[in-house]
Ligand binder design. Structure first.
Ligand code: MTE
Length: 334
């Protein structure tokens, strides 16, 4: 994403240029073993790791509270792609409130205070409400959804999320006929989030969807991943996951949900409107002004011979969501 530097405007570290932690560790290990003449052992270890991840799923942390969900029956909610290793999913993050390096959130987000937690629902609704986290957790049955999430920087992950469709909450608060958009405001507490107040973004981090996008059954209000509550760096205690849009639309640590009649200004749109549009649907045919969006690097597939994957229209969810954009020029509405 975009980082403001002191002197020369903006610097964007593109994900594809950043070495993922696993790749970094593996390359370092390989170099060390090459020096001692035993590189073959590392190759075998890589093959073994892949076979293990394919068959047995990924390492479970076992440290956080369990939050299981029944497999979702929502169309498109379970991709068969291989899961990203939990370690990668929880140590390679964007959460600018805790720093701009991919490793910063895992290092720094332990200061986030996730209890007590409330989410206020306000604006153009018949029944505005203030939910405690406990109320929100009980509002609907938890489901497991295995979603691909693709970052605008060019990397992607496959994560088993736990939560329920955002539409369940929206139905409870009864939007007025005039409500057209839903704004998601996230926590911005400088006491517990060391980068809030920095000039990187205009805080709080705000994202928004059109009401019909927010009502789409794939739009997930998520409380957990890999069968446990969310680790802080992944947006605890409650976040959004919108699988057909670039990752930055999936706001973390939500505190307010506001229904409006005008398109809200979002954090990245305010920072650079020509680079980060309101829709931000994953689209291999619309380049970011400074890099192609045609391919992506799947985190975990970063061994020496890994090829990039072709990015799919709407991140592979076109059958489910394409109709939302019928007749729209997606080059203009990027
Ligand atoms: N939410 C908040 N509050 N702050 C952020 O910096 N980063 C976004 C999004 N949600 C961000 C956020 C971006 S750029 C991405 S790619 C995803 O979270 C990353 O989610 P992950 O780190 O859990 O994979």
């Amino acid at each position: 994403m975009l980082i403001k530097t002191h002197d020369s405007g903006f610097h964007h570290p593109v994900g594809s240029e950043i070495t993922a932690p696993t790749a970094y560790r593996q390359r370092r290990q390989l170099l060390q073993l090459m020096a001692t003449g035993s590189a073959g052992a590392v190759m075998a270890a890589w093959a073994g790791r892949d076979a293990w991840a394919q068959g047995a799923g990924v390492a479970r942390p076992g440290k956080l509270a369990a939050l299981p969900g029944a497999k979702s029956a929502v169309a498109g909610a379970i991709t068969m792609d291989k899961l990203t290793d939990y370690k990668d999913a929880s140590t390679y993050n964007n959460f600018y409130e805790f720093g701009t390096d991919k490793g910063d959130p895992a290092k720094n987000a332990h200061t986030l205070k996730t209890s007590p937690w409330t989410v206020e629902v306000e604006g153009l609704v018949k029944k505005p409400a203030k939910y405690t986290l406990e109320d929100l957790l009980k509002l609907s049955a938890q489901e497991e959804r295995i979603y691909r999430l693709r970052c605008v920087e060019g990397w992607s992950m496959v994560i088993p999320w736990v939560g329920y469709s955002m539409s369940q909450l929206i139905k409870k608060v009864e939007p007025l006929g005039s409500a057209k958009y839903v704004e998601f405001v996230t926590q911005a507490d400088p006491k517990t989030m060391p980068f809030v107040g920095s000039s990187v973004l205009d805080w709080p981090y705000v994202e928004a969807l059109r009401l019909d996008e927010a009502m789409h059954p794939l739009t997930l209000l998520s409380f957990g991943m890999y069968g446990e509550v969310l680790p802080n760096q992944s947006g605890a205690p409650v976040r959004l996951v919108v699988p057909w849009k670039y990752g930055f639309k999936s706001g973390k640590s939500l505190v307010k949900i506001r229904f409006t009649d005008k398109q809200p200004d979002t954090a990245w749109n305010k920072a650079a409107a020509n680079e980060y549009g309101f829709y931000s649907n994953v689209n291999p045919d619309v380049d970011h002004p400074r890099w192609s969006q045609a391919t992506e690097r799947r985190i975990g597939e970063d061994g020496l011979f890994a090829k990039k994957r072709k990015t799919l229209m709407f991140n592979g969810y076109e059958a489910q969501v394409g109709q939302l954009y019928a007749g729209m020029d997606l080059k203009k509405n990027f």
